[in-house]
Design a protein around this ligand. Structure first.
Ligand SMILES: Cc1cc2nc3c(=O)[nH]c(=O)nc-3n(C[C@H](O)[C@H](O)[C@H](O)COP(=O)(O)OP(=O)(O)OC[C@H]3O[C@@H](n4cnc5c(N)ncnc54)[C@H](O)[C@@H]3O)c2cc1C
Length: 437
């Protein structure tokens, strides 16, 4: 009997999960095995992590269990972390899976592939800045967001306690966020949304005036991906909320006390968040000679195939894809991962049918930044608006939430996706505004 064609996808995030669902739905299990290897048991769409961190989104409600999702869509799920690739044998090695106490649940194992898709995303890039790994928090995954929320809540409780014992107390929760890109800006605004809600949940003496948030950006302005006018509007909105925005100041180190700036000043902080750029995170055992750039990403051709291996594709944040006519690689964004998943799907179908793969075309639909319930700003690009159009307010909010809705429809199909969107709206009304545990 012929062996089944095995397509292995590593990483079930914004790109990988969409690809696994499409391939599973198309090929099922008769003559193919679509295998998703992912280190976590559940998926949460990464752009929601700042809301999880602030407590304004309960990730338990929005997460997707890979096992049940795989059962429904016809792919197999292996929980584990990619450790290495053997290209000659067309095999990947998955590291042993450990339980919470460090005991081995599943030993190291190998999975063969006919085609391999790397969709492992990215991690925060600390650029080797001293003290950052030890003293800063990162919004790289659900665990990091949960950790941030727990520490934030503990500090809020401390401040609330100090103020109820001494109403004159000037105790505050001090948060320093490094990086004035979308993640840092969105987190800063979301924190004020959460702080305002805390007084409804037993912290009567706590409100947003007890929050001291400093956003630090080395570049000349925040939100470099947006037009200057919108970045200025976003900065004005943040400052109106109470955020101190410091631009043009590089960070030299992080310590237990706070963030050290060039020139010697320290921004004191109880919570320090690093959101100043991302890099690829190749597995410990390496990628067996695949081309990797200085940023740790796998270099791919426009077809999304690795430069040194036709059977290996990379999509999303972990791929370095420079398209003809462009001087910059495709940016690490959810919309790029979504579009690359569609191209990878088409190319795998073509490759298996003996046809030539097609080049990826990146359609930049613009950038949108949510300032929580206070505002949304951004710019739309492309055919829809005939160029670049700045948008703010309700329209921007609508387009911003549409990105997540598209992801839900891509991974659940139209009927279930639309039902989940409707349920999400009901939850927004009937559930508590904050997750406090
Ligand atoms: C707070 C925040 C807000 C954002 N907002 C936006 C936004 O508004 N718009 C936008 O376009 N983008 C936004 N982004 C960026 C966006 O989230 C990423 O570009 C997108 O998620 C990349 O998709 P991906 O599939 O490449 O990786 P991911 O979605 O990160 O998925 C990677 C998956 O691979 C798994 N994995 C990693 N390594 C291994 C391994 N060795 N073995 C097995 N599994 C592994 C991970 O657990 C993860 O599930 C935001 C990011 C953050 C952090």
């Amino acid at each position: 009997m012929d062996r089944k064609t095995q397509i292995v996808i590593v990483g079930g995030g914004a790109g990988g999960l969409e690809l696994a669902a499409r391939l599973g739905a198309r090929f099922g299990r008769k003559r193919h095995d679509i295998i998703l290897v992912e280190r976590n048991g559940t998926h949460i769409w990464k752009p929601l992590l700042h809301e999880v961190a602030a407590g304004s989104l309960d990730a338990n409600l929005d997460e997707v269990g890979y096992r049940s999702h795989g059962h429904r869509w016809g792919y197999r799920f292996f929980q584990g972390t990619l450790d290495g690739i053997d290209r000659a044998a067309r095999r990947i090695t998955v590291a042993p899976l450990l339980d919470e106490d460090g005991r081995e649940l599943i030993g190291q194992h190998a999975i063969r592939y006919d085609y391999l898709v790397l969709a492992m995303g990215s991690v925060s890039n600390d650029f080797g800045t001293p003290g950052v790994r030890d003293h800063c928090l990162f919004l790289d995954d659900r665990a990091g967001a949960d950790r941030f929320r727990q520490i934030l809540l503990n500090h809020c409780l401390r401040v609330s306690r100090a103020r109820s014992e001494d109403p004159e107390s000037d105790a505050r929760v001090r948060v320093a966020i490094v990086g004035g890109g979308a993640t840092g800006v969105e987190l800063a605004a979301e924190l004020f949304n959460a702080a305002a809600a805390l007084r409804h949940y037993g912290l009567e003496v706590f409100d947003e005036s007890r929050l001291e948030v400093t956003l630090i950006e080395a570049g000349p302005r925040i939100l470099p991906a947006l037009p200057e006018r919108l970045a200025e509007a976003a900065q004005a909105e943040l400052e109106a909320l109470g955020v101190t925005v410091r631009t043009g100041i590089p960070v030299t180190a992080a310590s237990a006390e706070g963030i050290l700036l060039a020139g010697g000043e320290t921004v004191p902080a109880d919570l320090k968040v690093w959101a100043a750029g991302v890099k690829g995170a190749p597995p410990g055992g390496g990628l067996d000679g695949l081309e990797i750039n200085r940023n740790g990403q796998c270099v791919v051709r426009p077809t999304l195939q690795a430069t040194r291996d036709d059977r290996i594709l990379a999509i999303g944040d972990c791929a370095a894809c420079l398209l003809p006519g462009s001087d910059r690689p495709v940016p690490p964004r959810a919309q790029a991962a979504h579009q690359m998943a569609a191209t990878a799907y088409g190319n795998l179908v073509r490759l298996m049918g003996g046809r030539a793969p097609r080049a990826f075309v990146y359609r930049d639909h613009g950038s949108l930044v949510s300032l929580s319930r206070f505002s949304t700003v951004g710019s739309l690009m492309g055919n829809l608006v005939g160029g670049r159009m700045a948008i703010e307010g309700r329209l921007a909010r609508f387009v911003y939430t549409s990105l997540y809705r598209m992801h839900l429809i891509a991974i659940h199909g139209w009927i279930r996706g639309l039902a989940l969107i409707a349920i999400g709206r009901v939850h927004a009304v009937v559930r508590p505004r904050l997750k406090l545990h």
